[in-house]
Write a protein that binds this ligand. Structure first.
Ligand code: GDP
Ligand code: MG
Length: 207
């Protein structure tokens, strides 16, 4: 392949977590660089897209948001179908939103049923760290990191969608992790097909 030719990759990213933790705010901060204090539950399309360059590749993140249905944990098959990465979000000030991560994690794996459950890319975000200068935290960083370690070393980010803190970093990791996973799928398909495309060396997630 011509080295100057950019490869285009589309990654479907879904964002899960309890209502009110800041999923829509994180997406809007990342894609539109805006923080809006109140969102209507029904706002927006099914997904927003963001393009970014990683090494020689042009990556399009297609980020799926819920329109409030997460309250009933009834997101439907189309929401989950073909996901390349799952971003779990909780509010560091609300213990309950951390405890329900377990349900969201299980629900995702049940719906998507990936070939290799252990290897499927998740990212955890603890949002709203700006509130009360961190004094109203209900979940420590250590506790969140332990949860991530127990789930197969999920990368963990603490963010503020309001202050635009660590949001780009978290989604860059989403893109890199999604790419790594896609690469593994390529290898799998090469194994079952005779049409072998060029092998490419991709780095792991450096976050
Ligand atoms: P969603 O239901 O998970 O999509 O949550 P929203 O994005 O609608 O956010 C719920 C509420 O939390 C809104 O009033 C947001 O303005 C607020 N919010 C979201 N992220 C942050 C944050 O990082 N810091 C603060 N202080 N408020 C936030
Ligand atoms: Mg929302």
């Amino acid at each position: 392949m011509d080295v100057s030719m950019k490869r285009r990759t589309l990654l479907k990213v879904i964002v899960l977590g309890d209502s009110g933790v800041g999923k829509t705010s994180l997406m809007n901060q990342y894609v539109y660089k805006k923080f809006i204090r109140q969102y209507k539950a029904t706002i927006g399309a099914d997904f927003v897209t963001k393009e970014l360059h990683i090494d020689d590749k042009l990556v399009t993140l297609q980020i799926w948001d819920t329109a409030g249905q997460e309250r009933f944990q009834s997101l439907g098959a189309a929401f989950y179908r073909g996901a390349d990465c799952c971003v779990l979000v909780y509010d560091v000030n609300v213990l309950r939103s951390f405890e329900t991560l377990q349900n969201w994690h299980e629900e995702f794996l049940k719906q998507v049923d990936p070939a290799d459950t252990e290897a499927f890319p998740f990212i955890l975000i603890g949002n709203k760290i700006d509130i009360d200068g961190g004094n109203s935290r209900a979940v420590s960083k250590k506790r969140a990191q332990e949860w991530c370690a127990a789930k197969g070393n999920i990368p963990y980010f603490e963010t503020s969608a309001k202050e635009d803190y660590n949001v780009d970093e978290a989604f860059l990791c989403v893109a890199k992790t999604g790419l790594t996973h896609e690469h593994e799928q390529d290898i799998y398909f090469k194994g079952i097909s005779e049409t072998v495309s060029e092998a490419e060396q991709r780095g792991g997630c450096a976050c």
